[in-house]
Design a protein around this ligand. Structure first.
Ligand code: ADP
Ligand code: ZN
Length: 606
């Protein structure tokens, strides 16, 4: 373990192990197997990279994410680790070179796609080489029930049979109990030590709001908190993706669309720019994200309600992999909810599927309408208990005031009932407030007991109440497109007074709302340091361009921030900065110290 600790410092430039990293590494170095469940950004890679460096031979990493292998290998090379990959994107000569290097024992880490690993040629190569360990990344792909099933993963148990003495580690960030058992069974990991870490992502701040003009609100949010940051904006349709991307561009941001309707080359180009440039925003349908491990995505915004909490958690999870503060921000309006419900009703899927999909959507809407800690509810859904409210979601930060809306809800529901469940929200409101209207008179609805029964609220207030009644499932909107509202079975106990209903207070105007304390980085920079940070960032971008790697492969933002605030001017001081190991010190130390020196001089003269 002494050696492992030394590698952590000198190669990776980190002072301490995180979470259970040290136990996991210990297990593997000693030759044991491990199963690791850790959330995105938890630090899974080090769990196999360090043992691969400590043990003799090459560490073989199985990953389905071919598109990422180049970046992973680049990042390791920058650290001075001898790494390579083998996949179908390479020409034959390159592959032969890599194989040669494996045979000669020159590599410390080798990334391969699962189908490649199972080929006889590859098996032979490994049989003739010394293998330090097998790491099976994204291990949930073994599960038929999961969302990324890969057939080849089920054959990976051959590793255990062919290489019985080589330790194996399976890692994933998304596995429920059932998937976990499948991983163990399929990969023959019955004796593996299990390391399960909390799925909480404490650095992500959750914010959800309902109301009009989500797009304008998105803009204000971005201006306030992420004027310079990279982020992802998710929309439901391709059309909306194109519109929102164009709209953001008009306003001066670099925003690129990404959806399945775009040519492959455009998608690849946009993704590459997102990874390689600073401050790029990707506007995407859910097609974007699988295998994006850009660590400094500072926000993920939703302009629609996702179909399930699983989707929401996975998509928002792409923010803040570097453990620095990040935002998961969502704005939706009622029309969205109505559309989603309609789409569900219209699919040809069987009833069983529809029921499950419906249930998942309701759980998602439940999160939206919550009046208590969102993180707690989210984790509870995934089977984890958070003992206290989190303090880092919109509700913890600005508890909404609620009011007893039981009576108002009863008035609205009975008005829907008495008018025959054939009219839309606007008509219902007109009847409630007692509007003199020809249509109402023609229908004789001005004679109903509910006519004018709600005159104590304004129409806009009724709209808000009805919106919440729909979102919470007391009312249903007709799927035929006329928008007639109907009672659902859950309306009955409310009408009978068997349950009471708390609703959110009518929202104050957005501008009047107390500006939320923004999710700022852990190290707050003084303004002069901020100038230096920008200068360092620029230098990093230049270096990244020269070497054709993403900027974060050179240094993470958190490292730049530490450089800007501590301003090291010699090697010894540089070594004290998190993220600077020996190799990076040698390669970039001088470059960045020169920027620091120049800025310090300029400040002195000013
Ligand atoms: P995962 O694969 O679990 O999503 P990564 O392995 O990519 O996460 O790690 C996330 C980030 O945390 C990376 O930037 C990594 O360098 C950093 N990291 C990992 N372990 C440590 C540590 N012990 N100290 C500081 N940073 C770490
Ligand atoms: Zn909370």
């Amino acid at each position: 373990m002494e050696r492992a600790r030394q590698i952590l410092r000198s190669v990776f430039g980190y002072n301490n192990f995180r979470h259970q990293q040290s136990d996991i590494i210990h297990t593997l170095v000693a030759g044991g197997d491990a199963l690791v469940l850790m959330p995105t950004g938890g630090g899974k890679s080090l769990c196999y990279q360090i043992p691969a460096l400590v043990r003799e031979g090459v560490g073989v990493v199985v990953s389905p994410l071919i598109a990422l292998m180049q970046d992973q290998v680049d990042a390791l090379t920058q650290l001075g680790v001898r790494a390579a990959f083998l996949n179908s994107s390479q020409d034959a000569a390159t592959q032969r070179n890599v194989e040669q290097a494996v045979r000669a024992g020159q590599l410390e880490l080798l990334y391969v796609a699962p189908e490649r690993l199972l080929m006889p040629r590859m098996q032979e190569l490994l049989a003739g080489s010394r293998v330090a360990l097998f790491a099976i990344d994204e291990a949930h792909c073994v599960s038929q029930w999961g969302h990324d099933f890969r057939r080849e993963y089920q054959q990976l148990s051959v590793l255990h049979q062919r290489f019985p003495g080589v330790p194996r580690i399976a890692l994933t960030a998304t596995a429920d109990q059932r998937t976990c058992e499948e991983i163990v069974a399929q990969l023959d990991l019955g004796d593996a030590a299990r390391y399960v870490h909390s799925f909480d992502r404490p650095n992500i701040r959750y914010t959800i709001s309902e109301g009009n003009n989500p797009r304008d609100r998105l803009w204000r949010f971005m201006e306030r908190e992420h004027a310079e940051d990279a982020g992802i904006v998710y929309c439901l349709s391709r059309n909306k993706v194109d519109q929102v991307a164009a709209w953001l561009c008009q306003r001066g941001r670099v925003a690129l669309p990404y959806h399945a309707g775009l040519p492959e080359a455009v998608r690849r180009e946009n993704q590459a720019r997102f990874l390689r440039e600073d401050s790029v925003i990707i506007v995407a349908t859910i097609a974007f994200g699988m295998g994006i491990d850009k660590p400094d995505v500072r926000f993920v915004a939703h302009l629609n309600v996702p179909k399930s909490l699983e989707a929401y958690y996975q998509e928002t999870g792409r923010a803040g992999r570097d453990a620095q503060p990040a935002n998961a921000w969502m704005a939706y309006n009622l029309q969205d909810v109505i559309n989603l419900r309609r789409m569900l009703g219209e699919t040809d899927a069987d009833e069983q599927f529809k029921r499950i999909a419906h249930h998942k959507l309701e759980a998602m809407l439940g999160l939206c309408e919550l009046t208590s800690c969102r993180r707690r509810a989210l984790l509870a859904y995934f089977g984890e208990r958070l003992p206290e409210a989190c303090g880092n979601c919109d509700i913890c930060l600005h508890p909404p005031s609620t009011w007893d809306a039981t009576e108002a809800a009863q008035k609205a529901l009975s008005c829907v009932y008495r008018t025959g469940q054939r009219f839309g929200v606007n008509y219902i409101i007109d009847v409630l407030v007692g509007k003199q209207d020809e249509r109402i008179q023609a229908n004789r609805h001005d004679r109903l007991s509910t006519f004018g029964i709600g005159a104590d609220f304004k129409a806009s207030q009724w709209r808000h109440i009805l919106r919440q009644l729909i979102a919470q499932g007391f009312l249903d909107v007709d799927a035929d497109g006329h928008g007639a509202v109907r009672l659902t079975p859950s309306a009955r106990p409310l009408l009978r007074g068997e349950i009471s209903l708390q609703l959110r207070q009518l929202p104050a105007r957005e501008t009047a709302r107390k500006a939320a304390k923004s999710a700022r980085p852990v190290i707050e920079l003084a303004s002069a340091d901020q100038v230096l940070f920008e200068a360092l960032r620029l230098r990093r971008l230049e270096l990244a361009r020269e070497q054709a790697v993403p900027p974060y492969v050179i240094f993470h933002d958190s490292t730049l921030r530490e450089l800007a605030s501590r301003r090291p001017l010699n090697d010894e001081q540089l070594r004290g900065i998190s993220g600077i190991g020996e190799q990076k010190l040698a390669r970039f130390g001088k470059e960045f110290m020169a920027v620091i020196q120049a800025q310090t001089d300029a400040e002195r003269e000013a």
